[in-house]
Structure formats: C-alpha cells, structure tokens
Design a protein around this ligand. Structure first.
Ligand code: CUA
Length: 160
C-alpha cells in the first residue's frame, strides 16, 4: 500500500517536471521566434514604397536638433531620398532611423557607429543614433544579398 502511494508521488513529480520543462521551452521558442530584429512593426513589402513614411525616404526635421531618417532598401540600393545617396546631418543631431526592405534581407550598418541592423522584408527596423562628430560615414549593407551586394552603399555626412 505504502509503495503504491510513493510511486504515485514520484509519477506526479516526473510528469510535473516534464510539463514545467515543456512550458519553459515553449516560452523560449515563443519569445525568440516572434521577435524581429529591432521593432515589432510590420509592413507589406509589396507596397511599402507607397506607404508613409517609406513613400518619402530621406531626412526630416522633427524637433530641435532631432531628425527622422527614412531609408528604403532594395537590391541593390539604399534610397535615402537624394540622387547622390549622400545624407547631410547637422553635427550633434539625434537621428531616429527607420528602415525596411522591398525585396530580400539587407544589412544596415553605419560604419564607425553603433547603428547596425538587419532589414527583413515585411518588418520595420528602427534605431537611434546621435552624430556628435563631424565627418563622413559609410552606410553599407552587411548581409550578402546577391550579385550587387558590394555596390550597395550610401554616405552620411555630418556637417557643422
Ligand atoms: Cu544588400 Cu547586401
């Protein structure tokens, strides 16, 4: 009789541990599997070029020394709103960068800064960067995206 009772307790303990384990694994999978790189906002990549703010890429002043930089990428270019792919940013400006891709996965790295994100079709990536020093920074794609990958870059010019 006593043995039977202990067996039940151990069985309950075993099943309980197994359930706990599955719950932890499940939560982990949910947390990591449902988190895009830097934002949970989504957008239809087919029509993103017609949707604000991506219908007008480029730099916009949104406050005192505060800007928004909208970047739309596609194979194999960064649309930063200018013909020459150069964005002029005033020294000391805080820039809220918002970017996405129309086609395949691209990288978004401003060399020499902390701005480094992955752009996935359907997802909006965001980061904030304050440009404290004058100079030229290269915006480049650091995810291999096809034959024109090495041609994919733009320039950030921080001016006084
Ligand atoms: Cu885009 Cu590599």
């Amino acid at each position: 009789m006593h043995l039977h009772k202990y067996e039940k307790i151990w069985l309950a303990f075993g099943i309980g541990s197994l359930i706990l384990f599955l719950v932890i694994v499940g939560i982990n999978a949910f947390v990591t599997g449902h988190q895009p790189p830097s934002s949970d906002k989504t957008v239809d990549p087919q029509v993103v070029g017609e949707i604000a703010p991506f219908n007008k890429p480029g730099l916009k002043k949104i406050g005192k020394n505060e800007y928004q930089l909208v970047v739309l990428t596609s194979a194999f270019s960064f649309d930063v709103g200018t013909q020459d792919k150069v964005v002029e940013i005033p020294k000391g400006a805080k820039v809220h960068i918002i970017a996405t891709t129309k086609d395949v996965v691209h990288g978004f790295e401003i060399a020499g800064t902390n701005a480094n994100m992955m752009l996935e079709p359907g997802h909006i990536s965001e980061t904030t960067q304050t440009f404290r020093e004058e100079g030229e920074f290269t915006l480049l794609c650091n995810e291999y995206c096809g034959s024109g990958h090495h041609l994919m870059h733009a320039k950030i010019k921080v001016v006084d």
